[in-house]
Structure formats: structure tokens, C-alpha cells
Design a protein around this ligand. Structure first.
Ligand code: SAM
Length: 244
């Protein structure tokens, strides 16, 4: 059985697709998807030898060697252009996910769906999607074992429709009259802000606590740069509080 987090990622994979799971570790996601006949073919990519061996073992033990190919390599280097329809990248930082997508751009032709689950730094992922012709189509948030995770899905947009991408991040007014701008939407998530689930509030309340601690530390310092940084942190706190 999959964890709640991997289960929610699996739920977002359409039936009948070919999938690459990058940074697959034990290949739990692709093996589950193949066992349940959701994917017809899968690639499990791993850059580190330990997880690569673990993925190979898992696929072999499940008798799925003909459906899932375990490959060793960095990011999207393990797939050929046009080989898969869907790519999942889960359980790493948002900036690493964005850099994997950036380095592997040439492999994304023909890929229709990205399912991305950054552990932190979701805004880097949203920014990369926006600048590269991918439309964020949904956001989900969950809590498991005291950690909060976001799952972002994105669809490739034809060149002609790219202007529409910006619309998702256009300035908007919340029901209580607060104006929200692009940077805030990229940080906190346009759909999540709209739907405002409890877990999303919990996430930002805990971010505010962390920022307050950073601000208190900066207050203790006498360096001029610290005063400036403390003011930036206070501004960040105000901006987040305004949205919540
Ligand atoms: N995707 C699984 C999940 O969500 O449970 C495993 C997450 S695990 C914390 C992150 C995995 O990504 C590690 O096994 C690591 O070796 C792999 N990884 C990190 N950078 C990578 C890269 N550039 N290319 C391929 N795999 C990478």
C-alpha cells in the first residue's frame, strides 16, 4: 500500500499512459501504477546508486521487469523525447525539480502532463511552469506524519495560448477586499489560495512562526545588513498575514 502522499500522486495519473518517475527511489509509485494497470509502461529514473539498486530490486520482485525499465541517470537524461506521456517528480525540493525540468526541456516534447510534488520551495516550480509554457491545472495539499506536502499538476500549452498562462497569476481581490499580486500567488498557490483548505492555513501559520523566529534572531544582531533583512522579513510576514 502506498503512503497517503504517493497515493494522492498516483490518483492524478490518467489510465493508459506511459510514465517516467524521476527520482524514483524504491520505484514504489511506478510499481503500484503498473500493478493496478494504470500505466502501460514506466521508466524509473535514479541518479544515486543505492536508490537505483533498490528500484531494480523492487521491480524484479514485483515481476514487472517487462513493464518498468529502471534507468540510472540525472533527471530527464534517462528518457528519450516522445517516450512517455506523463512525468512525475516527487519528494525533492522545488528548486531541484525546476532545475531538472530546465536541464531536460528537450525531453518534454510530447509529454502532456507533469505531476510534481516539491517538499519545499513550491514557488520555484510554479515560476518554471509559467515561464516555460506549462499551465498549472491543479494544486492539492496534504498532511502526513506531521509534514505538509503540495502536489502540482501542469499541462503543456500550445504556443498560441501562452498569453493565457499569465491570467492565473493576474492581480486579484480576495473576498475580504485584500489585493493579491503575482509574487504572492506564485508563493502560496493560485488554486490553494482560492480554495483555502485548512491544511494550507496550517502551513502558512507555521511559516509565519518560522519567519517570526528569524526576525527575532535578526533583531539581536547589530549589523546594518541585519536591520535591512529584518525589515524584509517583517514585510514578508505582513504580506502573508494579509492573505490568511
Ligand atoms: N520520488 C520518491 C518519493 O516521492 O517518495 C522518492 C523521493 S526521494 C526523497 C528523492 C530521490 O530523488 C532520491 O532517491 C534521490 O536519489 C533522487 N534524485 C535526486 N536528484 C535527482 C536527479 N537529479 N535525478 C534523478 N534522481 C534524483
Amino acid at each position: 500500500k502506498l503512503s497517503k502522499r504517493l497515493g494522492m500522486i498516483a490518483d492524478r495519473v490518467p489510465a493508459g499512459v506511459k510514465l517516467a518517475d524521476i527520482g524514483s527511489d524504491h520505484a514504489l509509485l511506478p510499481t503500484y501504477l503498473a500493478q493496478n494497470q494504470i500505466i502501460t509502461y514506466g521508466v524509473a529514473g535514479e541518479v544515486n546508486p543505492g536508490p537505483f539498486e533498490a528500484a531494480k530490486r523492487q521491480v524484479l520482485e514485483c515481476g514487472l521487469s517487462r513493464t518498468i525499465d529502471v534507468r540510472s541517470g540525472d533527471g530527464l537524461a534517462v528518457i528519450a523525447p516522445g517516450e512517455v506521456d506523463v512525468i512525475t517528480i516527487a519528494g525533492m525540493g522545488g528548486s531541484l525539480i525546476a532545475s531538472i525540468l530546465e536541464a531536460g526541456k528537450a525531453k518534454l516534447e510530447g509529454v502532456s502532463l507533469l505531476i510534481l510534488q516539491p517538499n519545499v520551495g513550491e514557488e520555484h516550480v510554479r515560476r518554471w511552469l509559467l515561464s516555460n509554457g506549462w499551465s498549472l491545472t491543479s494544486e492539492a495539499i496534504l498532511e502526513e506524519d506531521g509534514k505538509i506536502y503540495e502536489i502540482l499538476t501542469a499541462a503543456q500549452v500550445p504556443a498560441l495560448e501562452q498569453a493565457a498562462l499569465e491570467a492565473l497569476y493576474a492581480d486579484r481581490t480576495l473576498p475580504d477586499g485584500v489585493r493579491v499580486q503575482k509574487d504572492r500567488l506564485l508563493l502560496m498557490g493560485p488554486y490553494l489560495m482560492e480554495q483555502a483548505p485548512d491544511i494550507w492555513f496550517m502551513k502558512w501559520e507555521s511559516e509565519l512562526k518560522k519567519l517570526a523566529m528569524i526576525e527575532a534572531q535578526l533583531q539581536l544582531s547589530t549589523a546594518e545588513a541585519s536591520a535591512l533583512k529584518a525589515e524584509q522579513v517583517r514585510q514578508e510576514i505582513r504580506d502573508i498575514q494579509e492573505v490568511l
